[in-house]
Write a protein that binds this ligand. Structure first.
Ligand SMILES: [Zn+2]
Length: 178
């Protein structure tokens, strides 16, 4: 029986992957500090997820919410923010069932992929609410961009993660969006 929650060593690798993914993604899109701030997001593991953010199949999903600056009543006081919801149970299951996968490249792929979604949503290059067909096209685009972003790392393990994604994607089972 595998675990269903990340342990400390998983979280350690996750933090490492997040630093690299954020840097690679912001370099690729040439994002300034301000752009990053506008793309407000959090990366959350299973312990911090709400019931409706838990997925049976996906490795991660992006949920979009609207926030409001408390001390302002103007319309500009509203802002969008995103929660990148990591599905510990499904990530651990994938690692168990596929000995080819290792944690760091898998996290790197997942975080970068979800950051690409967030950047594109926040720059209105993709619509969060879109018809199925459009979502599928966007998913393909995000997958291609993610590969491109991570290419400079020259990781020997990354191609396995990419193959895993392509073998298992099946129309959005791995990466869903709320
Ligand atoms: Zn996706």
């Amino acid at each position: 029986m595998g675990h269903s929650l990340f342990l400390e060593h998983h979280k350690q690798v996750l933090r490492e992957a997040t630093v690299i993914a954020e840097e690679m993604t912001s370099d690729f899109f040439k994002l300034t500090h301000n752009c990053w701030r506008r793309a407000r997001y959090d990366i959350i593991t299973r312990e911090g997820l709400e019931q409706e953010e838990i997925s049976a199949h996906a490795l991660a999903l992006v949920a979009k919410y609207q926030g409001c600056h408390r001390d302002r009543l103007l319309k500009s006081a509203f802002f969008d923010f995103y929660r990148i919801c990591l599905q510990d149970h499904n990530i651990l299951k994938a690692l168990d069932s596929c000995p080819d996968l290792s944690l760091l490249p898998l996290f790197l792929y997942i975080i970068t992929h979800e950051l690409v979604h967030v950047v594109r949503f926040s720059q209105f290059q993709a619509l969060f609410e879109a018809p199925e067909e459009q979502k599928r096209e966007e998913e393909t685009r995000v997958h291609q961009l993610t590969q491109k972003i991570l290419t400079p790392l020259n990781s020997r393990e990354l191609p396995r993660v990419i193959r895993y994604y392509e073998d298992n994607w099946q129309g959005g089972r791995l990466y869903a969006h709320l």
